[in-house]
Write a protein that binds this ligand. Structure first.
Ligand SMILES: Cc1cc2nc3c(=O)[nH]c(=O)nc-3n(C[C@H](O)[C@H](O)[C@H](O)COP(=O)(O)O)c2cc1C
Length: 223
């Protein structure tokens, strides 16, 4: 598989098979992601690999938190709210179009979709591995850029090996639990969780392929 193919093969995969990923492969993926460019080669990422009993504990604690309904999020880094997206109408429109497209492709109601979403999210998408990416609290926007790039390198290297992924805010919903369970220092902000696994291709939630707007809508050329 070449890079172009890996880019096109990667998709946010919301239902994985329980098939494990070997420790050797995980190490390989992290080493490859470590080749990501960063400001002054600062390599600001802090990586936690969660599998086995620890992953089961996180799932159990997530379920407990959600047992009485949807609780407020307690992430290290706040999620954008609706009002933030509304300031950039093109982005809000993309979000609305994305959900509409999913519902059409799956031929289900929004409520059914949200129920699938919630069940899978609470089981960390059935994934055998969850990678947490953190960075020191003192780091600013350029280190955020570096972590984003690290994520994509990781997901593309995984795609090349037939391993799918999902980066998800839901995985960092309770920052306090993650700090406690993973023994992560207070001055590290957990930025993103990425589940890795082999896709369950028969699952309805994996059916849609997300669309993109044409480059003419966001590219500006000057000569
Ligand atoms: C920062 C970030 C947070 C995300 N959080 C979630 C999430 O909490 N739940 C979810 O189902 N998908 C989440 N996603 C996946 C996106 O919905 C997905 O990447 C997007 O719709 C494009 O689809 P694709 O990745 O299949 O191309 C997240 C993606 C990113 C980059």
């Amino acid at each position: 598989m070449n890079v172009d193919e890996a880019i096109c093969k990667r998709k946010a995969t919301r239902a994985m098979l329980s098939t494990p990923i070997s420790a050797v492969t995980i190490k390989e993926l992290i080493e490859l992601a470590g080749r990501t460019p960063s400001w002054g080669n600062s390599q600001p990422w802090d990586v936690s690999v969660v599998t086995g009993d620890k992953l089961a504990t996180l799932k159990m604690r997530w379920r407990k938190e959600f047992s009485q309904g949807i609780p407020p999020a307690r992430p290290d880094i706040a999620a954008p709210g609706h009002k933030d997206w509304d300031k950039v109408p093109r982005c809000s429109e993309n979000i609305i179009r994305w959900k509409k497209h999913r519902l059409e492709e799956m031929d289900i109601s929004s409520e059914q979709h949200d129920k699938y979403s919630m069940d899978l999210m609470l089981d960390f998408y059935h994934a055998p591995v969850c990678i947490y990416l953190g960075l020191h609290q003192s780091h600013g926007a350029y280190s955020f850029y570096d972590i984003g790039a690290f994520s994509q390198t990781l997901m593309l290297a995984a795609a090349e090996r037939g391993i799918q992924s999902i980066p998800a805010f839901s995985l960092v919903y309770f920052g306090d639990i993650l700090h406690e369970e993973l023994n992560i220092a207070e001055d590290i902000s957990l930025f993103m969780g990425i589940c890795l696994g082999y896709a369950d291709d028969s699952h309805i939630m994996n059916q849609p392929n997300s669309e993109r707007i044409p480059s003419e809508q966001f590219m500006h050329c000057y000569r």
